[in-house]
Write a protein that binds this ligand. Structure first.
Ligand SMILES: [Zn+2]
Length: 240
């Protein structure tokens, strides 16, 4: 069904995405649907929403640092299609959030516009790739597992941001920069700040890859048990 997307918050990258998240079954499903035929995003309206939503959008966007690396891994080890253009577009969005964290934090309309355009670009990257690969990897699997184990406690983007800190550590990326960016924009960086019991979050880390076993990510390579999950969360300061 053709549709026009009219976001009133900038909390996740579903605004322009062709992928539909289907919930309410025993686990969440991502189904390829279609992109909106138009997007009407009024930044003066979106800027009036709680800052929490924009901060959550930043969490979804910085998770592209890890999803692109998960995608590369799947290409190298599993012979999956990898598209440099779509990957670059997703990475550029993540870089823009890092670079403009100060402006975003201040809550001005200009910051909201940066986040909104980055979220829309992520949706376009998904359209170009023909799958959510550039935008959804191990950090998203962690978030999806939380949706099953500890539902409705935190926002999708908030969960992805915390996931990105930990998955960046596994990928040996600059996870401290990701954490610093999230802190600066006012997004959660710990299980406590997500409002999720650390034990449940550990369970989600262990379960994450099994949510979508066909999606090869760093979690396939670094299999999690409760001990390794706990030490990953400790190493990145996600639990004290
Ligand atoms: Zn997302």
């Amino acid at each position: 069904m053709p549709f026009i997307s009219v976001p009133t918050t900038a909390s996740h990258d579903g605004i322009a995405s062709p992928v539909a998240s289907i919930r309410g079954l025993h686990k969440p499903y991502s189904i390829m649907a279609q992109s909106p035929m138009a997007i009407i995003a009024d930044t003066s309206v979106i800027a009036q929403a709680s800052h929490r939503f924009v901060a959550s959008g930043c969490g979804d966007i910085v998770s592209k640092f890890t999803s692109v690396n998960d995608w590369k891994l799947a290409h190298d080890l599993n012979n999956e299609y990898y598209g440099d253009y779509a990957a670059s577009l997703a990475l550029m969005s993540a870089m823009l959030v890092v670079r403009n964290a100060e402006t975003i934090k201040s809550g001005v309309e200009e910051g909201v516009r940066i986040v909104l355009e980055a979220l829309i670009s992520c949706g376009v990257a998904t359209s170009i790739a023909g799958s959510s690969r550039p935008c959804s990897g191990s950090a998203h699997l962690f978030s999806h597992a939380l949706d099953v184990i500890a539902p409705n406690l935190a926002l999708h983007g908030e969960q992805c941001g915390v996931g990105a800190v930990m998955m960046a550590y596994l990928h040996e990326l600059n996870w401290k920069q990701i954490r610093a960016t999230l802190r600066k924009v006012g997004a959660p960086t710990t299980f406590d700040e997500l409002g999720i019991e650390p034990e449940l979050a550990i369970q989600a880390l262990v379960k994450a890859q099994s949510i979508r076993p066909e999606r090869y990510t760093i979690l396939e390579e670094r299999k999690m048990d409760s001990e390794s999950a706990r030490s990953l969360a400790r190493a990145t300061g996600v639990i004290e």
